[in-house]
Design a protein around this ligand. Structure first.
Ligand SMILES: [Zn+2]
Length: 117
């Protein structure tokens, strides 16, 4: 079990990491391959169809509203970083909450010892 001082140090670390997070965005990025309307296109080849793509699609739900949109090629990498930052934010939030619970326990433990004898 962590001491009170250890928990407090750990919380300060989490707070620093939260402040250092860059731009963020919720969601997941998926790759789509499509066929087009041209019957003689390579994507309709009966033996070796080569579908068009990949097209990158961002899907997310925020405040009850779902959205999906295609990303231009140059938007894919920045969005991947934003999505990773959002994931990290959620992890850090969970860590902070866990540490809050742990801090409460450590404080009670300390009080018990102080009044114990
Ligand atoms: Zn095609």
């Amino acid at each position: 079990m962590m001491s009170l001082a250890q928990v407090e140090r750990h919380i300060a670390q989490v707070q620093r990491q939260l402040l250092a997070l860059g731009p963020l965005h919720p969601g997941t990025i998926s790759e789509q391959y499509n066929v087009c309307g041209n019957p003689s296109c390579r994507c309709k080849d009966p033996k070796r169809p080569q579908k068009h793509g990949p097209y990158h699609q961002l899907s997310f739900t925020w405040q009850g509203k779902s959205s999906t949109r295609f990303l231009r090629p140059e938007q894919v990498e920045p969005m991947q970083r934003k999505v990773a930052n959002y994931k990290r934010l959620r992890e850090l939030m969970n860590e902070w909450v866990s540490l809050g619970v742990e801090l409460e326990r450590a404080e009670r433990e300390k009080e018990k010892r102080a009044g114990g004898d």
